[in-house]
Design a protein around this ligand. Structure first.
Ligand SMILES: Cc1cc2nc3c(=O)[nH]c(=O)nc-3n(C[C@H](O)[C@H](O)[C@H](O)COP(=O)(O)O)c2cc1C
Length: 231
């Protein structure tokens, strides 16, 4: 009996983690419900338990919330895109990655009935990125430009941990590389030191359950296609 106790406990915890992973999705329409600053601070603190090679902890974060979000969105509004400081995708993405990317885009516009040739509607929708999709809060993730690929992967671990903690707190998120095309505007806005480079932004808030875009359930490649077992 005693031997079974801790094991059952572990299994239960695993179930909760699976549920959080499953529930996390990129939410692209938010309710205006405010998010407490303390909640974000607590999630950042907990997310900093994420591993990083050599424990260098390369993430540098700027948070906007409430009026600060509105001010930032206003400051970026109407500005022409600058150049991202890193290539978001490799040039001429190849298969199967190209189709993966294409497919999720098509599925997303389909939820809203936006046709493939309706460039104006697609462009208008895309601009919502720079409004954090209506989320009352957001963050920007920077990294020292002298860091290498391994430290960039550390950022991913930190951000995913944060997004799962958000689920636990009843919140939703959307990670956003689309902010990376405003490196100067965002960098100057927060007066970040020159060595910091903008990786991405992230919308944080409570999902609008009624918006069709939030009905999107993105697909995944079956495990047999991306993992090889050697026995
Ligand atoms: C680093 C990163 C940047 C992303 N940037 C954007 C973005 O700028 N705009 C957007 O709508 N979605 C963005 N996404 C969301 C992806 O499209 C999404 O994660 C993917 O389609 C899988 O869907 P899911 O997150 O709902 O599971 C980003 C995701 C990641 C991890």
């Amino acid at each position: 009996m005693a031997a079974n106790g801790p094991r059952r406990e572990l299994q239960r915890d695993n179930m909760e983690l699976r549920e959080a992973i499953d529930r996390r999705m990129s939410v692209r329409a938010f309710a205006p419900t405010p998010v407490a600053d303390g909640l974000i601070k607590d999630m950042l603190t907990q997310a900093s338990r994420s591993p990083s090679g050599g424990n260098v902890q390369p993430w540098r974060i700027h948070v906007v919330n409430g009026a600060a979000t509105e001010q930032l969105v206003e400051a970026v509004h109407g500005k022409p895109a600058e150049e991202s400081e890193y290539p978001i995708y490799p040039e001429k993405l190849w298969e199967p990655y190209r189709s993966n990317r294409f497919r999720v885009g098509e599925m997303m516009y389909e939820t809203m009935g936006i046709q493939r040739d309706d460039k104006a509607a697609r462009y208008a929708w895309f601009a919502n990125n720079q409004k954090f999709f209506g989320a009352p809060a957001g963050l920007f993730c920077f990294i020292d430009r002298r860091m290498n690929h391994p430290q960039w992967s550390d950022l991913g671990m930190f951000l995913q941990t944060f997004m799962l903690l958000a689920i636990e707190a009843g919140l939703d998120t959307c990670p956003q590389e689309s902010w990376s095309v405003y490196p100067k505007t965002i960098g100057n806005y927060f007066d970040v030191p020159d060595e910091l480079m903008l990786f991405c932004g992230m919308a944080i808030g409570y999902r609008d359950p009624d918006h069709p875009v939030n009905s999107l359930r993105s697909e995944r490649t079956p495990v047999e296609e991306f993992a090889t077992f050697h026995r």
